[in-house]
Design a protein around this ligand. Structure first.
Ligand code: SF4
Length: 391
């Protein structure tokens, strides 16, 4: 299969293990303490940079388990090796998505030394967070995560926060806003609890309407304005970017490009398309792995039966989205993992995830623009383009 895409994200899993046990977690192996030794990670990197899709720049995300359980010296060794083995012309940036509970000054020094982009998962105020982000014994983790945030702030490490919206937080935008304001958190992203992988039962998205999400976003936006506390909300910024640069971005949904995103698990198994597919079997897919980085060549993976079949089905799903969905230009065909886990097939269109995150958020942003402009796209669509032909 001819592959022309460029890899934007390389997601590496040094261990699937996580030190906590969130109620909505989709990671299948979060109790598995397997690790990839630093020298093996070095071997993986030397192989992966030979892939023709790895060029110019790539963001390496250390995730799919709690990355900090490996300890800071592990990454100091691995990052040094990567720098030494990085081919000329390729720029690597490192990103960590962490639950924050293990952050210490040693970690902050590593983040600063390597200019690491740090994302901390905090679900808002303690009572919201501790209801879902719990230890294996069921205890809350908010206090420890906030200690991690204090440590980052004291050390001058920039960070952003990712919050999963649950039924409770969605109903209380003021409590969420006040949490960020009171803790001076200025960059956030919202995720909505998804039906993915092993998280099939706890998902609440099925019962949530787009109107509820829009009402949350509207109230949150109003609070930012009223209290003059601007927060960079990833969802607002993404929707604006998609609208502003739709010609360029409609072609750039990495989740539907083979090798646009590469995820490699602790055993070297290689996945592409949505990172959430890693480690799963579903229906008549015994695995979504397209090969193993230690034993297969790039060409082996590009020509594997699994990749061919997934590409065909995902491509059909994108085509259906293009034909049927008015949000296609700001979405590019969605997330294959949500399609298969929710709808049972990649060759489908709407999911709860796209309805609540892509469609509802885009609609909200358009409403804000239309209100500010005192007009509406629906009305303008029906009008002759008078101004273009005026004197
Ligand atoms: S919003 Fe949903 S239905 Fe529309 S293009 Fe995206 S994935 Fe497809």
């Amino acid at each position: 299969m001819k592959i022309t895409s460029k890899t934007a994200l390389l997601i590496l899993q040094p261990t699937p293990f996580c030190n906590i046990n969130c109620a909505y977690c989709y990671l299948p192996g979060r109790s598995d303490k397997a690790v990839m030794p630093a020298e093996k990670m070095g071997e993986l990197f030397r192989k992966v940079v030979t892939f023709p899709t790895i060029k110019d720049d790539v963001a390496v995300i250390w995730h799919a388990g709690e990355p900090l359980v490996m300890g800071a010296p592990y990454y100091a060794t691995v990052f040094e090796g990567m720098r030494a083995d990085c081919p000329e012309g390729l720029t690597i940036s490192h990103c960590f998505q962490t639950n924050g509970t293990l952050i210490t000054r040693e970690w902050c020094d590593l983040f600063l030394a390597w200019n690491v982009d740090v994302g901390v998962s905090i679900d808002g105020p303690k009572e919201f967070h501790d209801a879902v982000r719990v230890t294996r014994r069921g205890g809350g983790t908010h206090t420890k995560a906030m200690q991690g945030i204090t440590c980052l702030r004291d050390a001058g490490v920039p960070f952003h926060v990712i919050s999963v919206l649950t039924r409770r937080s969605l109903a209380d935008p003021r409590a969420m806003f006040e949490f960020y304001r009171d803790n001076d958190i200025r960059r956030i992203a919202f995720n909505i609890e998804e039906k993915e992988g092993v998280n099939q039962e706890h998902c609440f998205g099925d019962d949530v309407t787009s109107e509820e999400v829009i009402a949350f976003m509207r109230e949150f936006f109003e609070l930012m304005k009223r209290e003059q506390f601007p927060i960079e909300v990833r969802e607002f910024e993404q929707a604006l970017a998609w609208i502003r640069f739709s010609d360029e971005l409609a072609q750039s949904n990495e989740q539907v490009d083979p090798f646009g995103i590469i995820t490699i698990d602790v055993h070297g198994n290689v996945y592409t398309f949505s990172p959430e597919l890693a480690g799963y079997s579903f229906g008549d897919y015994p695995s979504f792995a397209v090969g193993n980085v230690f034993t297969d060549s790039f060409d082996d993976m590009a020509n594997s039966a699994t990749l061919r079949r997934m590409s065909d089905e995902i491509g059909r799903g994108v085509e259906l989205c293009r034909q049927e969905c008015e949000y296609f230009s700001v979405c590019g065909g969605g997330a294959p993992s949500n399609k298969i886990f929710e709808n049972g097939s990649f060759a489908t269109t709407e999911t709860v995830f796209c309805r609540l995150t892509k469609k509802a958020v885009t609609k909200f942003v358009l409403d804000v623009i239309e209100t500010a402009a005192g007009t509406s796209a629906e009305r303008v669509r029906g009008e002759p383009a008078v101004a273009e032909h005026g004197p």
